[in-house]
Structures are given as structure tokens and as C-alpha cells.
Design a protein around this ligand. Structure first.
Ligand code: LMR
Length: 334
């Protein structure tokens, strides 16, 4: 796959260097892994609409959903090599390229709600984290929401003991690895595009994701149970190839920034509704049983997942976790 990305990148470089007509639009290829009718898919389409409008067609945004161009890890490599210009990977996916600090968003139960999340993403810590991406050849433009994760499996997941020995697909985050290990489960990193089939064929027993991702990938059709845990968050960092972005004419970049700001407000304004609608559709389908935890069962899960904080502190540093918690208005955990 790396060979293909390299080939695409060299074609892109040739196209940039070759003679371009003055009227040729600047193309932004925006690659992502989810369906178009998800919080990320819709925000990407909104960015396309606004960027093309504000630049009077001088910019053309081509959105490629559903891992059509690249899977999770490949898309970050493709961005760095210039084969695509824009992505919105989840926070969990930045570890493998050496920016593990974003994994703090993956800590279980770290965010009680989306309002609290904004305090972090719109505050100094959010800005500081985006800056870390510069050294990786990318510019962080915005934080986009998906929502809170649920647990699914073919076995009923009610108590922490129910997770024992089961295989769960995870995103490429060490926090998520620690999370499932602390439940006695076996985590397995896998690209998003492969999850449905892995569940269907029994390569893994379960997975965790938001209602919108579960619904649009039809995971509920191949999982007997989904437990409404809201135990973690999935959100995205919109990133653009730094060289490409810095090389844009200043007026065009300003219009694209305006489009991004408005697409972010639009997307984040409706992500919760998108997830609620997906939950309703899943319920309507009758293909899976949705389990609601009692207060005591929820507390048992929280308690079982507490050791993850200590484990992750070793990796990203306790000060970062404390800073995050402080911005959400909570006390340090350890
Ligand atoms: C996942 O891999 O489960 C998610 O990050 C996919 C996505 O982009 O929402």
C-alpha cells in the first residue's frame, strides 16, 4: 500500500510542478473512513459546500468517504506524503504517527458531556495539542465531534466480568488497549473498514463505537447486544498537509478557514442529534438488544476502568491528564 501512496504522491507533486491553467481550481482531496450520513461525513460535505462558495469555485473539495481511498493508518501517511490534503482522523489514531497526547481523549469516562469537551477543545490545551501536529507535517484546523461510545458483542455485557476473555476490535490507541485489558478482554487493533466483516465472521467478538458509526456500518445487524455505556468519546482532529496549506494564496486560505469554522459549528451543532437518530433507527430495526445499565452496574464499570488512568499516565504523563481534568472542572484522579 505504501507503494501506491508514494505513486499517488508523486503524481500529485508532478501535477503541482506542471503547467497549470490560471483558471484551474485548487483541489483539496478530503479522505475519511466513515459513511457520508454521519457527523464527520456531513461536516466534510458542509466544508466542501462553503469552501467552494466562499472562494467562488477557485477551490474544489473532493470528499472521499468510507475508506474509498485509504484506511485509517494509510490515510495519515497519504496526508504526510501529499497524496491527499485533508483528513479528520479520530483522536485515537494519532498515536502511531508519534503524537500520543491526543489519546488522552480516549480515557474512559473522562468527559461527562459535549459541553465539557468544548472547554478543552476551545481552551488553551486544545490549541497546544493542535500545535504538536506541526512537527508531523500537518496543521490542525479544528476539532469535530462524533459522540459517546457504546459496547457491543454477541454476549450480554452487563458487569465487568462479562468482558473477560472476549476479543474486541479497537482503534489504534494504547489507552483503548489498556481499557480492554483492565476488563480481562483481548483488544485487537483493526482498521474501521474491516470491523463489520470481522464481527460477522467472528474474528472478534465485539467492539466499541458511537451509535452513528454502529448504525451506518450495520454493526448492529451482526451483534446480538449493545450496551449503552457512554464510557468514552470519539472525536476528530481536522488536519491538512502543512506545506499545501502554507502554500495557498493568503486570501484563499482565509476563505477556507472561514468555511472550516462554519462547517465545525454546523457539524458540532448536530452531532448529538445524529447519534440519537442512529440509536432510534437501531431500535426500530429490532436486530439487536439494547442494554441499559443500572446505576450500580454503571459504577462497577467506572471502578473497573479506573486503573487505566495510572497506566496511561506512564505513557502520556500525569501532568497532561491533570491539565485535561482541570479544564473540564474535575479533580485529579490519582
Ligand atoms: C473508528 O475507527 O472506530 C472510528 O474512529 C471511525 C471514525 O472515523 O469515526
Amino acid at each position: 500500500m505504501r507503494k501506491i501512496i508514494l505513486a499517488a504522491a508523486s503524481v500529485a507533486a508532478f501535477a503541482l510542478a506542471g503547467p497549470a491553467f490560471a483558471d484551474d481550481p485548487i483541489v483539496i482531496k478530503f479522505s475519511h473512513v466513515v459513511a457520508p450520513n454521519t457527523p464527520k461525513g456531513l461536516a466534510a460535505l458542509k466544508f466542501k459546500e462553503l469552501a467552494e462558495k466562499y472562494t467562488n469555485g477557485k477551490v474544489k473539495v473532493e470528499v472521499y468517504p468510507n475508506s474509498q481511498l485509504y484506511k485509517d493508518k494509510e490515510e495519515l501517511e497519504a496526508l504526510q506524503l501529499g497524496a491527499v490534503q485533508m483528513l479528520a482522523p479520530s483522536n485515537a489514531k494519532f498515536g502511531p504517527i508519534g503524537v500520543k497526547q491526543f489519546e488522552v481523549f480516549d480515557l474512559p469516562y473522562i468527559l461527562p458531556d459535549l459541553k465539557t469537551l468544548r472547554k478543552v477543545t476551545e481552551g488553551p490545551l486544545g490549541a497546544k495539542l493542535l500545535k504538536l501536529l506541526d512537527s508531523k507535517g500537518m496543521t490542525g484546523l479544528a476539532y469535530w465531534d462524533n459522540g459517546f461510545k457504546q459496547m457491543s458483542s454477541n454476549r450480554k455485557l452487563v458487569t465487568p466480568a462479562d468482558y473477560k476473555g472476549q476479543k474486541f476490535r479497537i482503534q489504534s490507541s494504547k489507552v483503548l488497549d489498556a481499557q480492554f485489558r483492565s476488563l480481562g478482554a483481548i483488544p485487537q487493533v483493526m482498521a474501521f473498514s474491516e470491523v463489520y466483516q470481522a464481527l460477522q465472521t467472528g474474528v472478534v467478538d465485539g467492539q466499541e463505537n458511537t451509535w452513528s458509526n454502529i448504525y451506518t456500518q450495520k454493526m448492529h445487524e451482526v451483534q446480538k447486544y449493545i450496551t449503552n455505556t457512554d464510557h468514552g468519546y470519539i472525536g476528530y482532529v481536522v488536519v491538512v498537509n502543512k506545506k499545501f496549506w502554507d502554500g495557498l494564496p493568503a486570501d484563499i486560505r482565509a476563505e477556507c478557514e472561514k468555511a472550516m469554522k462554519e462547517a465545525t459549528e454546523y457539524g458540532n451543532g448536530q452531532s448529538a442529534t445524529e447519534n440519537e437518530q442512529a440509536l432510534e433507527e437501531i431500535k426500530k430495526s429490532g436486530k439487536t438488544e439494547i442494554i441499559t445499565l443500572t446505576k450500580e452496574q454503571d459504577e462497577a464499570m467506572r471502578k473497573a476502568l479506573m486503573p487505566v488512568y495510572k497506566d496511561v499516565a506512564k505513557r502520556v504523563g500525569q501532568p497532561l491528564i491533570d491539565e485535561f481534568l482541570k479544564e473540564t472542572g474535575r479533580e485529579p484522579v490519582n
